[in-house]
Write a protein that binds this ligand. Sequence first.
Ligand code: PRP
Ligand code: GUN
Length: 190
Amino acid sequence: MLERLKSSLINSPVIKRGEYNYFIHPISDGVPSIDPRLVEEIADFILTITDMEEVDTVVTIEAMGIPVAIALSLKTGVPLTIIRKRPYYLEGEVELSQSTGYSKGVLYINGLKKGDRVIIVDDVISTGGTLVALIKALKNMGVEVVDVISVIGRGTGYLQIKEHGVEPKILVTIDVGEKGVEIKNVFGDK
Ligand SMILES: O=P(O)(O)OC[C@H]1O[C@H](OP(=O)(O)OP(=O)(O)O)[C@H](O)[C@@H]1O
Ligand SMILES: Nc1nc2[nH]cnc2c(=O)[nH]1
């Protein structure tokens, strides 16, 4: 299960971003290049763990949630909304602050309204800062978050998300040290 994802993670280089050990992987960085069979493996797996008939929109965050979210949208016909890092000044645009282990910024939600049922798909949960801020903003808007799915999880940030009433589904959980990436858990194992 998820063999391409696991083997590609084990082979990920790790660099320093300040004090943060940052792994580099096709799904979370788009480099060196994205094998479509890897994206398909991930999308097919996600479709076995969530019910897309329940949702109106797939929500993802610029930039690296987009490849997997597009694959899910193509496979199901469910439209996609991308949370952007720049404003569009459209009516109803909602702004939120994002904070990760190595960056801070502002995100902008467009195209969602009260009563919408969504799944959130992202490439990585690390500190959980991004997803917690997004889930809070969506709840304030009256948008129902049916599922939160992250391809990769590292650290304990996912616990913060649980505190907001949503149990994130993380496909592969990893540890990242200076020397490399180690697989800790695969969704559904144990
Ligand atoms: O759990 P957190 O600590 O919040 O980190 C996770 C976030 O970090 C990455 O986004 P990033 O802002 O680096 O943008 P990118 O997708 O453009 O690489 C990733 O796509 C998540 O959205
Ligand atoms: N590529 C990549 N994306 C991240 N998002 C949060 N942490 C990381 C990381 O270590 N690597």
